[in-house]
Design a protein around this ligand. Structure first.
Ligand SMILES: C[S@@+](CC[C@H](N)C(=O)[O-])C[C@H]1O[C@@H](n2cnc3c(N)ncnc32)[C@H](O)[C@@H]1O
Length: 380
């Protein structure tokens, strides 16, 4: 069957690689999505194991449409009783990038009307809408006049991993955090350090990668596919058991630091929702005073951007980060994500890679810095 995994802009190639590793076929990269084909096992595994997917969709119908009446009648032609019963509930996510359909919410509303009317005409009863925990989540996407109707196999967005029950200001999305770690090319052959860890997302995602823990191991809500009519509970139990075997020979360390005591308390509490206690160390430390603990390591930094967090002296902070890296971290690789392009220039080191990513709506640069011994020659 044809399937689509959606993601955040800039993570498409990493997602395609994850899909290839799972055994997906016919992988085709799109903007913020990757199309692929696979069987039911792959669909279940994609929902459970992919770290950089936001949703996994199963398209059921494609058509061209330019008017709302055409949308209504084409949606009504689909036999919805194949997918849900009249007592089931539904939710519809509409996405429109089209000059014919300007409002995504309206697309969702028309789709809902068509489905509800089909049931009412057949059974004199209608299914209800439940936006939070529907039996069937339907995704309808219109690009110009091309419409794809899909069932959402993930249900709630896959960034909801289940471990992060508390956050501090400006937490990074879990999908983006995992994507940054995978983009960094970390081979798990050195320590991983997040010196500004906030609520601990990057170290916990790194821990899950290092110890081969499936991305959704701690998810609390059911996946969408578990409420489908063709749900194969036995197959799901078998696949989950296999994925949970998570053997790992990781021998290095994972650290998260922050100058805010509250951040460390929250990170530790989030860590308690995983099996990684004792495998990740959180501690209170100012980056100004931070000394390396080994000869080499990978540093991932998500500093304040001053878009959402107001620190006042944002450029001084970035300049301090650059000086600290240059003077104390020879042998290390550092990656920094920020939307504050002017502040990034204050780092004063030449990046060896630049990747564009989005943190929510914020366009960010994700920059790689390699600190060699005597890397002053890198200073711009
Ligand atoms: C954008 S938040 C990090 C969010 C985190 N990635 C998460 O998912 O929750 C930036 C963090 O940097 C910390 N920070 C700012 N300046 C710092 C410094 N000089 N040393 C250590 N931590 C610092 C803040 O306390 C804040 O928690």
């Amino acid at each position: 069957m044809k399937l689509t995994a959606t993601t955040s802009q800039g993570l498409e190639e990493i997602l395609a690689k994850e899909l290839g590793d799972l055994g997906a076929q016919d992988i085709a990269i799109q903007k913020r999505a990757v199309e692929f084909s696979g069987d039911q096992s792959l669909l279940y595994r994609a929902c459970y194991e992919l770290r950089t997917a936001i949703r996994v969709l199963k398209p059921i119908e494609y058509f061209r449409v330019r008017h709302e009446s055409g949308l209504y009648s084409k949606i009504k032609k689909i036999d919805w009783s194949e997918y849900m019963d009249v007592r089931d509930t539904l939710a519809i996510d509409g996405i429109a990038h089209s000059r014919f359909f300007k409002h995504s919410k309206y697309v969702a509303l028309k789709t809902k009307d068509a489905i509800v009317d089909q049931f009412r005409e057949r059974y004199a009863q209608r299914p209800n809408v439940n936006l939070h925990s529907p039996t069937l989540r339907i995704n309808i996407r219109i690009t110009e006049d091309k419409c794809t109707v899909s069932l959402d196999a993930s249900g709630d967005s896959l960034h909801q991993r289940g471990y992060r029950r508390e956050t501090l200001d400006a937490p990074i999305n879990e999908v983006l955090a995992a994507g940054m770690i995978l983009l960094s090319g970390w081979q798990k052959d050195c320590d991983f350090i997040d010196p500004m860890c906030g609520s601990g997302t990057l170290p916990i995602e790194a821990g899950m990668i290092a110890y081969n823990i499936p991305a959704q191991k701690y998810r609390r809500q059911a996946f969408g596919f578990q409420k489908w009519k063709d749900y194969d509970a036995e197959l799901w139990a078998k696949l989950k058991k296999e994925a949970d075997r998570n053997k790992s020979d990781f021998t290095h360390h994972i650290y998260g630091y922050d100058h805010d005591f509250k951040a460390i308390r929250i990170s530790e509490r989030n860590l308690m929702n995983t099996d990684l206690e004792g495998k990740i160390k959180f501690g209170r430390q100012k980056f100004e005073k931070f000394e390396p603990l080994a000869d080499k390591g990978l540093i991932l930094l998500n500093p304040p951007y001053e878009e959402r967090l107001k620190t006042g002296a944002i450029e001084d902070l970035y300049s301090m980060i650059g000086d600290r890296l240059k003077n104390h971290f020879a042998g290390y690789e550092a990656w920094i994500i920020s939307s504050n392009i002017d502040a990034l220039k204050k780092i004063g080191l030449r990046p060896s890679r630049k990747i564009t990513l989005f943190n929510g709506p914020l366009l960010c640069k994700f920059l790689k810095f390699e600190m060699y011994a005597g890397s002053k020659k890198n200073k711009t």
